[in-house]
Structures are given as C-alpha cells and as structure tokens.
Design a protein around this ligand. Structure first.
Ligand code: GDP
Length: 305
C-alpha cells in the first residue's frame, strides 16, 4: 500500500493541482466546471472514451440532484470513477497465486521493447519463488541480446533456471524446451519471454501461434495466460499499444509498469475501463515488491487519498 501511494505521488500531485484550478472560486458544478474537468481528465491520460463516460455520469448527477457543490468535485469524481471501474466485469487478483490444477502454469509475456517486460518477468519469478513455487523462465525474446542477457541475470539473482539458446535462435524452440523442462521437473510455473515487434503484426501473430503450438505438445491447455506488459509512463501510447496487441493476439491479462516517476498514472483507469481484459499487475518502482497485484478500488483509494 505504501509503495502504491508513493508510486502514484506524481500522478496525484499533477491531477489535484489541475482539479483544484477547475473549481477555484466556484460554488457549484456547472457546464464550465464540467468542460474544464473534461480537459483535466483527458490531460491526465484517462483517454477520451473513459473521460466522456465519467463526464456523462456527473452530468446525469447534476441533472438529478440539481445542485452539486464544486468543492466536493474530488469526492464526486472518486465515486464515479470507482462506479465505472466496478462495472468492468473483470476480477481483481487477490495475491500472487497460481490457479490450481495447472501444473505447470504456462505464462507467455508479450510487449514491445523497453516497456519493462524482462523486469516484470524477473519480479514475478521472485514473487513466486518467495512463495516456495518452482519457477522456470524461458528466454524466447531472442531478437535482442540484451533481453536474453537480462533474463539470465534475473534468473541468477532470483535463483531460478532460465532456458536460453542465445540470441537469434528460434523462439519456438526455446519455448518448447522451457515447457518440456517445466513438465519434466514438475515446475509450478513456466514464464516465457517473447519478442514484441508490433510493427509487424502478422509476424507477431505467427510467432505466437507457433510458440503456442509447440508448448501445447507438453501442456495441451497452455498457455494459461498471455500477459501484455505496457509502460504506463507513455500515457496514451500504452492505451494505443493495448488496442493493437489485443487485436493481434488473445491477450488475457495486462501489467502496467513505471507508474512511479510519471504523472500519467491515469492511464491505468482508462485501460481498466476500456478493455474486458483484467489489469493484473502494476509496477510502481524498481524493487521486487514494487510489482503489485492490481486492485481497482485500492488504486482509486490511493489516488484520492
Ligand atoms: P524490456 O525491454 O521491456 O524487457 O524492458 P526492461 O525490463 O529492460 O525495463 C526497461 C527499464 O525500465 C529498466 O531500466 C527497468 O529497471 C525499468 N523498469 C521496469 N519496470 C519499472 C517500474 O515499475 N518502475 C520503474 N521506475 N522502472 C521500471
């Protein structure tokens, strides 16, 4: 909780400064306040669609209650954002657990370079390892030497084996060996890093299809999860990437990183609202504990505290 509060500091500061400006000298929420609020929400990276929904809800409330005190705008906004997110029928994770009857649980991780994919995998590996789970990593992002190296470093740091064939090797072959090792060694979870070259959507799809096909030789129901990692500090870019990836492949969960050190944390609200795919993790710092299980209401609470 503390690291969530701390991680959201910049987002909060920027948001409440702007919000304060929209209601200064105003006694009630009127058209002017709503127009300005719309700009605040958009410039806070909630995205146009989500902003419009929130403004509509507040407008309806004004119409119904006749009078809404401007100085209460933060409270009203918190209620409406919470209401909106609770209508999104995705469920929040409670903690870092692996669903039962999925041994080994196979997690494919996708996302473009630099978003924090390798770091997220390393942190996930550490969280599961700390819970006494047997973890295996697969370095199938073989197009970048750095990705393979970094995953190996995380493996050493956390103390989990990494299946790696080096750079420029066939990603599907790495995935095949990682899944095989997972089954043979009775691992709890196999986390496979895959390349995310979004500019070649067809390639990405073909590659993931191939990876899925080979791991299904060992675990027919795999992958249990396809996790898309997004960089929250890129704001609207993260939202755009989410749209493109979810079109290109069947993403089942999302992780939004680097929320510390950015004022663009509002994008988490936009993404949670727009997609029927749960945001499962958020990254609020460099440490292992800074990868947190995402909880919609905790996030809203922390933002409005
Ligand atoms: P990849 O190219 O997607 O694998 O990205 P990396 O995992 O190498 O991450 C890129 C940079 O972002 C690294 O310097 C990470 O330490 C940093 N990073 C990743 N997640 C977070 C986060 O939640 N907060 C902060 N502050 N930095 C992060």
């Amino acid at each position: 909780k503390e690291s969530l509060d701390k991680g959201l500091e910049k987002t909060k500061e920027s948001f409440f400064t702007k919000l304060g400006r929209t209601v200064v000298g105003k006694s009630q929420v009127d058209e002017d306040v709503l127009d300005e609020l719309e700009e605040v929400l958009i410039s806070s990276d909630l995205g146009v669609g989500t902003t419009v929904k929130i403004i509509d809800r507040i407008e309806q409330r004004v119409a119904r209650d006749k009078y809404l005190g401007a100085q209460e705008l933060d409270k009203i906004l918190k209620e409406e954002i919470a209401g909106l997110l609770s209508e999104n029928n995705t469920e929040d994770l409670k903690d870092f657990t692996i669903p039962e009857g999925t041994k080994p649980y196979i997690l494919l991780v996708v996302g473009v370079n630099g978003v924090g994919k390798t770091t997220t995998i390393g942190k996930l590996a550490a969280q599961y390892k700390n819970k006494g789970k047997k973890v295996i990593l697969g370095a199938a992002d073989t197009f970048r030497a750095a990705a393979v190296e970094q995953l190996n470093m995380w493996g050493e740091r956390v103390g989990v084996p990494v299946v790696s064939h080096g750079m420029n090797t066939d990603p599907a072959s790495v995935a095949f060996d990682a899944a095989k090792k997972g089954v043979e060694e009775n691992a709890d979870i196999v986390i496979i890093d895959t390349a995310g070259r979004l500019h070649t959507k067809v390639n990405l799809m073909n590659e993931l299809t191939k990876i899925k096909r080979v791991i299904q030789k060992f675990v027919p129901e795999a992958p249990h999860e396809v996790l898309l990692v997004l960089d929250g500090s890129t704001g609207q870019n993260a939202l755009i990437q989410a749209r493109e990836f979810t079109k290109a492949t069947d993403v089942t969960a999302m992780a939004i990183t680097k929320l510390d050190g950015t004022a663009k944390g509002g994008v988490v609200i936009g993404i949670s609202d727009e997609f029927k795919i749960p945001v499962k993790y958020i990254g609020v710092g460099e440490k292992v504990e800074d990868l947190q299980v995402f909880n919609k209401m905790e996030f809203v609470d922390s933002l409005f505290k």
